[in-house]
Design a protein around this ligand. Structure first.
Ligand code: ATP
Ligand code: MG
Length: 216
């Protein structure tokens, strides 16, 4: 079964900024797909459409074999999805790092005690235990990236949509992210300009060019 199916998707931003014309994408369950494309090609826009945070002009998005149209259907799909915004400042909003990482767990009804265990485990994996009591807004760019990534992964989602997870982080951190994602058993769609990173992780690569996606 496919995890993600996009059919004939058309999307423009207001002001007639055309981003997608008849875009098609097919990602199987358990696939690890990379997306590349020049600045402005539409990688982030595609993620926002898949999350239901933007509305296509026409075409369809199906997740786990079911066409997703209404806000309620997107909300339900988001519960099974870990999404990393390209800009961590769009993601982090709570007063401390540990609350921010725990947010999605608590939102899904996980008890505070269990949330603390999961947050601590992930902070240890990502070497960010020392940041737990810090204010996310005050962190460095790379630290923010790791904290927002931890927030996207902490629920152990079935689908990961990661928009440039390695942008602005150092080599040691890239290795930590890579090790973690290599053990991830769900489906992944990852945008990146880092082709080495995608090559070490992904089973397929797609390129956004001229408003469409091509497998490469
Ligand atoms: N809110 C917006 N309003 C109008 N145009 C937008 C908006 N957001 C993005 N765009 C435009 O849509 C196009 C696709 O942008 P998008 O951010 O999806 O590209 P990207 O592939 O993620 O680029 P990058 O590699 O720089 O992150 C660009 O031409 C961009 O200028
Ligand atoms: Mg982008």
């Amino acid at each position: 079964m496919n995890c993600i199916t996009v059919n004939n998707l058309n999307f423009s931003y207001p002001g007639n900024v055309k981003v997608f014309h008849s875009l098609n994408l097919s990602i199987g369950n358990g696939d690890r797909a990379g997306i590349t494309g020049a600045n402005g090609a539409g990688k982030s826009t595609l993620f926002l459409l898949l999350m239901g945070l933007l509305e296509p002009r026409s075409g369809s998005i199906s997740l786990w074999g079911k066409k997703i149209v209404s806000a309620k259907e997107f909300r339900e799909a988001r519960l099974k999805t870990g999404f990393l915004f390209q800009d961590p400042d769009d993601q982090l909003f709570l007063p401390t790092v540990e609350e921010d990482i725990a947010f999605a767990l608590l939102n899904r009804g996980v008890s505070r005690a269990n949330a603390v265990i999961k947050v601590d485990r992930l902070c240890k994996t990502f070497h960010i235990e020392h940041l737990k009591k810090r204010v996310p807004f005050h962190l460095s760019w790379g630290q923010k990236r790791l904290v927002s990534l931890a927030g996207a992964l902490v629920t152990e989602p079935e689908l990961l949509l990661l928009d440039e997870p390695t942008a602005g982080v150092d080599d040691e951190v890239i290795d930590i992210i890579l090790d973690y994602l290599k053990d991830f058993r769900g489906t992944m769609l990852i945008s990146s300009h880092d082709k080495t990173f995608l090559d070490s992780l992904c089973t397929s690569r797609h390129r956004l060019l001229n408003n469409r996606l091509e497998e490469c």
